[in-house]
Design a binder for this molecule. Structure first.
Ligand code: ZN
Length: 259
């Protein structure tokens, strides 16, 4: 009986707290959070997460794809027998719908995909909330077309968040993933300079970082950094898994159906 009462109050609380309406394009865009079941996961929504919680795990993440190098990263991950997470954009370096095969391949090979917004804007600094919602829901529509589901994990562009971003992501039921190792590979996209990113990676790994950020849109990351990171993590005896797995979240919670 107590359990039933608890469950009932949780449902009522969920209904009351997470219903939200956003006017988009002059009309009211209803975000019906009552359809979303949050109870299967212990991972918080709308709060910054930057490290793994499962001991001994490590999460490689690659942002800003899909792009012409993404398949090469997938080949490399497969050859190494490790899993990673891709935070994908709708239209940045390439269009996600035109590259649906890459998205489906990543999932088929055991990787996780998450949202990185439609077109990679700065979300902080007073961006209109309707624009922020549209950045997420436009990409959700693309994911529905490509994989029939919507990711529940997102990464804010530039890792930039403020209270407004977190509130919106919470209302949209997204886990917000930052990073505890930032390779800054975009500053070092050169066969020599990329080793600066590797040294930064190693220092932050020494500092206890467990979620690392790199980009599958830079040639030196794909050709050099990714393998160097994998070799180093392996040397430390850590298991490379998806972000969801490193947070102890069951795979069925990594995606949801249409809103
Ligand atoms: Zn990015």
């Amino acid at each position: 009986m107590q359990l039933i009462q608890f469950t009932t109050s949780l449902v009522l609380c969920t209904l009351a707290t997470f219903s939200a309406a956003f006017p988009v394009n002059g009309s009211t865009h209803e975000i019906d959070e009552t359809q979303l079941d949050r109870r299967g996961t212990s991972v918080p929504f709308g709060a910054v997460i930057d490290r793994c919680t499962v001991p001994g795990t490590f999460a490689l993440t690659f942002d800003d794809g899909p792009f012409i190098f993404t398949n090469k990263i997938l080949d490399l991950l497969r050859a190494n027998g490790v899993r990673a997470t891709f935070f994908l954009t709708g239209q940045l370096h390439a269009n996600i719908i035109a590259n649906g095969d890459i998205v489906r391949r990543a999932i088929a090979e055991g990787h996780q995909v998450g949202s990185h917004t439609w077109s990679h804007p700065w979300l902080v600094g007073g961006l209109d909330q309707n624009v922020m919602v549209k950045q997420m829901t436009q990409l959700e529509s693309a994911f529905l077309r490509i994989i029939g589901r919507i990711p529940t994990y997102m990464r804010p562009p530039y890792l930039a968040v403020d209270g407004s971003v977190l509130a919106i992501m919470g209302q949209l039921s997204y886990h917000v993933i930052s990073a505890s190792i930032d390779t800054k590979d975009y500053e070092n996209d050169d066969p020599v300079a990329i080793w600066n990113s590797f040294e930064k990676f190693r220092r932050e790994l020494d500092g206890g970082g467990t979620i690392t950020l790199a980009h599958d849109v830079h040639r030196s990351t794909v050709d050099i950094l990714a393998q160097a990171m994998i070799d180093e993590i392996r040397k430390r005896g850590l298991k490379m898994v998806t972000v969801g797995e490193c947070l102890g979240d069951a795979p069925e919670n990594w995606y949801r159906g249409a809103r």
